[in-house]
Ligand binder design. Sequence first.
Ligand code: SAM
Length: 296
Amino acid sequence: LVHRISDVTKPRYVRVNTLKIDVESAVLELGKQTMKDSLLPDLLVLPPATDLHDHPLVLDGSIFLQGKASSMVAAALNPDPDWLVLDACSAPGNKTVHLAALMKDRGRIIACELDKKRVDRLKETIRLSGATSVQALHGDFLSVNPNDPPYSEVRAILLDPSCSGSGTSAERLDHLLPSHSPGHATNGSESGRLNKLAAFQKKALAHALSFPSVEKIVYSTCSVHQIENEDVVSSVLPQAASHGFRLASPLPEWPRRGLPSFAGSENLIRTDPAEDKEGFFIALFVRERKSKSKRC
Ligand code: SAM
């Protein structure tokens, strides 16, 4: 019941694909009930339950039915338009093509995806977006050698790995119960699954930190569990510091930040399943670029 209620009370967000249409024109075409989001300039808000699946702007890739929290991820990374960017776990590609739009289809994006079937969906998303700067790569991010060209030149990584999905799935029914704490795992098999996911997430984040030219890494999940979020971030902090990274505070006007599990967790972003109708997590690592002369 809560799931159905949240679906009808949740505003319909649409992300404007600025490679195909400007925000003002999209507002005009979508009609007078359309409002601009207060945080993200390319995000529009429509009344709950607005059905846009067959809308011409959706069918031609001018707008994407992408939620607010999901749209905050590429915005948090905010890469320079001319950078080489790696989207490490990319299908179906919503955040990939958002990056392409933010980069004005300049630079280059390599979108890596392990699952062959999902690579096909990724390619379809890229085609629909009209982006020409994105190259789909069927492969395992963990097998990408950071020191091989072109990866040695990657300046930003978006890491949105497989997660429990507990912030967006029906499972959030549990998390809306007042007695439930976000870090709480419900039973043995659930906690085993979360441990496995967290082990992969830590490995992938540690791998991202090892790319020699990377200046920004965003790590995101659609999970509410601390074990997939704050705990993953805190586990790599010593390695991050040894590579010169620090946690930055993206979208500082966003009020909901990380759970207070370590010093610096206030830099992290959380969205809340009750307040925001979906639970997401975003962390941003940055480092100053080493000058060429300092590189060995
Ligand atoms: N960022 C995507 C978007 O916004 O559309 C969603 C990504 S989804 C949460 C995670 C993806 O990572 C899945 O498609 C999964 O198949 C892929 N994946 C899992 N392990 C991977 C690996 N080792 N290398 C590359 N992709 C992987």
